[in-house]
Design a protein around this ligand. Sequence first.
Ligand code: NAD
Length: 466
Amino acid sequence: MHTTHTELGINSIAELVKQQRVFFKTNATKSIDFRVTQLKALKSSITQYEVQMLAALHQDLGKSDAEAFLTEIAITKQEIDNALKHLKKWTAPQRVKTPLQLQPAQSYRIAEPYGVVLVVAPWNYPIQLALLPIVGVIAAGNTVVLKPSEVASASSKVLKEMLVNTFEENFVAVVEGGIEEAKALMSERFDYIFFTGSTHVGQIYYQAAAKHLTPVTLELGGKSPCIVEADANLKKTAERIIFGKYLNCGQTCIAPDYLLVNQKVKKELIAELKNAVEKMYTQNSATCEWYPRIINEHHFNRLIALIEPEKVIYGGTFDQSKLYIAPTFMDNVAKEDAVMREEIFGPILPIITVDNVTEAIDFINEGEKPLALYIFSKSQQIINQVFEATSFGSACVNDTIIQISNKNLPFGGVGKSGIGSYHGRYSFETFSHYKSIMKQASFEPTSRFRFAPWNYKLLRQIFKYL
Ligand code: NAD
């Protein structure tokens, strides 16, 4: 039996899920007042635990307070504020049009919570990627069991402490642990599963969900390409690529994984990329307070094995005792190289040379559909050409990563980079089932056409005009 030690004395995962379902069925989570109170409680707990969370993020990933605040704390609080601001509108029944032949009936959609939700989080943004979905879960009126990643153990511990001290466990619960605990969770019946992590593990959750036809959101990974066309402003391009690549030391799901650079500007771009690294992380990133570390030895060794020394044109140094890998550029990289056969998820930047944008498009389309795509160009025609020919979760033109911070853009992948999306209003929609309702009027002019005995000829005539 998988035991948990909780305030409620709930001592197994099965019992926890059962208690949450009992609580959900009381309808307490559906009241708007309840949702508002809980969202406010979450926000004030984040403020209360901010120092501990920043310390945990430093311990797990060597993130500076500034970076951790920007990418984990501030973004989560903004999500809560946005939900609080719009909750009334989101929860209101939505009128939809009723076609002429059905009038004067009325039609609308009502959002209802699914019930008991499982949220599984990864280690790379361990606070943000655990709490952001929970904001949507609460806003939509569900209960939630969170499984943080055991790999970011300090963050997992703080999350557990904060959430246990903020919520009753039959509403928001945390199950810490690794595969064993995850398996125990997967054997339970949830009403929704929201998973963020690797494609391979996402498939395991998808299979577990299929058993009960549980709906899922899968926020997965992949290799996100970054095209640099010959007409791009190279200084700005370099700064924005380095920002996106080296945030969290490359351990970002939407980091530009590799570059597809027009050969005409490759030399100049590489010079600017070096300048940008040194401007942001100094000439010695090993001693720079803004430069994070690799999460653990397993990933450190995996990354080191991807570096082919003869292809390194910048960086390439590392220190295992500190889990440090320098910003590393590799040139003349081929599709068959190890670094191009998996999602890098670290500070290695492969550079692939192309003659034109068509070649870049063909390269991308030979792989899986990416989570993100980046294109640097001044030409709207080239940008359109790329967007028409490729499929991806989200894109940013002339920048990287920041598309994720616009709450009005849904965030998610496609194909092997994911199923579904969230953020802002889209989170509320993700964790809501919409009931479609039509209210018939007592006077219905068309009833004589739809009830037998039918006039088949007349019926066909009428449908010609509908
Ligand atoms: P992961 O798939 O290894 O782990 C994610 C979660 O699943 C963790 O909580 C882990 O404990 C659990 N897990 C791992 N193996 C399991 C198994 N066999 N059975 C059941 N549960 C299991 O992913 P990760 O290494 O934590 O994160 C990195 C990956 O996540 C990258 O591929 C990255 O691109 C992706 N990611 C995607 C997004 C996104 O929003 N799309 C965000 C961050 C990370």
